[in-house]
Design a protein around this ligand. Structure first.
Ligand SMILES: Nc1ncnc2c1ncn2[C@@H]1O[C@H](COP(=O)(O)OP(=O)(O)OP(=O)(O)O)[C@@H](O)[C@H]1O
Ligand SMILES: [Mg+2]
Length: 336
């Protein structure tokens, strides 16, 4: 039996996921403030899973595209095998947004064949610049990941926290509005039916608009369920031991609790050894932040690790692997 004192941080990473529950891939969504090490930790977690024999892909939604740079992925939106059992993909929002807008324009052309090219362009521009458009593109992509059965685990490196939280909250908002719209439509349909009957007219009981609303309600209800089910999705929070990243981690955890999601790991990254922290005059702030990270309320049975800062930034798979020796349980680091 492994006792607590001999459990290394690498063991914790190795044993984060006991086994895959669902039929489709399990998504591991990494979140944290810009620059704290989301991409690096995503690679670490994906690599640990691949070593256990799972088929894993690390997908970065972040448009800073550091995953592409760290793993040398020449093209975006394309999966590359970077090691045995490990693939990587850099998502390109612009390309996907363009594809989606074109699809939308084609749909408009079908519905309104009279529209002139110039008008279509205007519609496309309005759609492209509408608030929430990018979040919707991200959400659709996230949804599509759940059907990628060629992978057991998909580790998702996310865009900045604000966008991520909005994306994760969208399915719940959609469900709310779709239910209200369905109720409204049901009232319209039944009133129309009563009037037609009174006038002795025949009227189709089925309503295509109501069908569509119900279909969308089902779709987003399922996605909401997938994003919060511990069988299908886990979350990883990364923060450096500084006030702002810890504050952002807390906000994210609060939102995840509201979504009833399961957090599997909280990682304090770029932790300085005490002597170095003292030398730089940040020891007190670091210590206080680490204590706060230890106390962060964690929905689900989550592990907490500390990853020490390295001299050389881990800008590659090898660099991320080197970090493994620098991983420890947060409790141990706090005790030291
Ligand atoms: N433990 C560590 N020690 C030293 N440097 C690190 C460590 N972890 C990450 N870094 C470096 O910190 C920088 C930011 O890391 P990374 O790109 O993983 O963060 P991020 O949160 O994904 O950033 P962004 O929000 O810009 O996408 C990189 O230069 C990375 O190599
Ligand atoms: Mg990143």
């Amino acid at each position: 039996m492994v006792t607590e004192s001999t459990t290394t941080g690498a063991d914790i990473l190795d044993n984060l996921f006991a086994g895959k529950g669902g039929d489709g891939p399990h998504l591991v969504i990494t979140s944290g403030k810009g620059g704290v090490g989301k991409t690096t930790v995503s690679i670490l977690v994906a690599d640990a899973l691949a070593r256990k024999g799972w088929r894993v892909i690390v997908v970065s939604l972040d448009q800073a595209k550091h995953l592409q740079e760290y793993l040398g992925l020449s093209e975006t939106n394309r999966a590359y095998r970077v090691d045995r059992g490990l693939w990587a993909l850099q998502f390109d929002l612009e390309r996907e947004a363009e594809r989606f807008t074109q699809e939308y324009v084609m749909l408009l052309q079908q519905i309104m064949p009279g529209l002139k090219a110039l008008n279509l362009e205007k519609y496309a521009e309005v759609v492209r610049n509408s608030p929430g458009f990018e979040e919707e593109i991200y959400l659709r992509y996230l949804e599509s990941l759940y059907s990628k059965r060629e992978y057991d685990y998909i580790v998702v490196d996310t865009p900045p926290t604000g966008i991520t939280l909005r994306i994760l909250g969208l399915p719940g908002n959609y469900v709310f509005w779709l239910e209200r719209l369905s109720e409204l439509r049901e009232r319209i349909v039944s009133s129309r039916y009563v009037i037609s009957k009174a006038l002795g007219e025949r009227r189709e009981v089925r309503d295509p608009v109501l069908d569509k609303l119900r279909e969308l309600r089902k779709r987003y209800g399922r996605l909401k369920q997938l994003l919060s089910s511990p069988r299908d999705t886990s979350y990883v929070i990364v923060a450096t031991p500084e006030p702002l990243p810890v504050f952002e981690a807390r906000k994210t955890l609060e939102q995840l609790r509201r979504l009833d999601a399961t957090v599997r790991l909280i990682a304090a990254n770029k932790v300085l050894p005490s002597d170095k922290a003292r030398l730089l005059g940040v020891h007190e702030v670091q210590q206080r932040s680490l204590e706060e990270i230890e106390k962060l309320p964690c929905p689900g049975d989550c592990q907490r690790i500390a990853i020490m800062a390295t001299e050389e930034p881990p800008h590659s798979l090898t660099g991320a692997r080197r970090l493994l020796e620098r991983v420890a349980s947060l409790q141990e680091v706090l005790k030291a």
